[in-house]
Ligand binder design. Sequence first.
Ligand SMILES: Cc1cc2nc3c(=O)[nH]c(=O)nc-3n(C[C@H](O)[C@H](O)[C@H](O)COP(=O)(O)O)c2cc1C
Length: 275
Amino acid sequence: MQKLFDALNHRFDADLGPPAETIDETATLKSMAARRSHRRFKPEQLSIELLQMLCATALSAPSKSDLQARDIVIVRDKAKHARLAEMVGQEWIPSAPELLVFCGNNKRQRQIHEWRQKPFENDHLDAFFNPAVDAGIAMQAFMTAAESIGLGCCPISGIRNNCDVASEVLELPEHVFPVVGLGVGWPVASGHVSVRLPLEATVHVDTFKDDAIAEQVEAYDNRRYAIHHAANQRQVERFGEVAKYTWSEDKARQYASPERADFGAFVKSKGFLLK
Ligand SMILES: Cc1cc2nc3c(=O)[nH]c(=O)nc-3n(C[C@H](O)[C@H](O)[C@H](O)COP(=O)(O)O)c2cc1C
């Protein structure tokens, strides 16, 4: 396994070294520092027992006020997997051995109010936001657990491309919504480490500062381009083809067209007021 600081320094183009404290470079630190998304897997499915163990580990993660406002749907039915994969439209998802959907759940909270005969006086943005954050935390905890035993994962925001389909296939009731999907399996390739923006741009001490952000992004673009860059340029018919297709060019092109513009309407259709 790669050394912790080698992995971090490569990813962030940093010069980090051991801290003043004596720490063990644990396997968890090293696997987190060197992690990468995986989208190519051996065909074997995982046992339901392994999935349950990983879900239990994931749901041991913190939860806002212990509300436990997130659920995981393990999609084992092949027809449901295929329908969701078709809706998402990414070529690797049909062959992902396992597909999970992390959902925000505010229904349970509302039921508790009914059973306890207390008014639910928090029908505002938090009713949606807290479950969404809880679901994201659970997804990351699942990934950390899965990656620690050599599994590969890749999150899928595309599960929200058409929330009506996800909602119908998974039979999600009012106040329950998909946050993110996750493809899981034993990886067949080592994948590649995606280098990140420098820590000077993304980690702040005491005050937020971004005075040097333009230069930092340009330097990051250049470094990242030299290490690894996207083979396919987005929206060539609209923006043309450029010789040097950098990260910021890719992100600007990506968000130059609407993605999931109907998500807010879907969330409202599930009963959230979002006020
Ligand atoms: C919330 C979330 C949604 C994502 N959705 C997708 C997706 O729909 N399809 C995909 O291939 N990757 C998806 N990813 C993976 C990112 O593309 C990936 O994390 C990013 O490119 C950085 O690469 P790395 O994970 O290897 O470091 C998602 C990641 C997150 C955190």
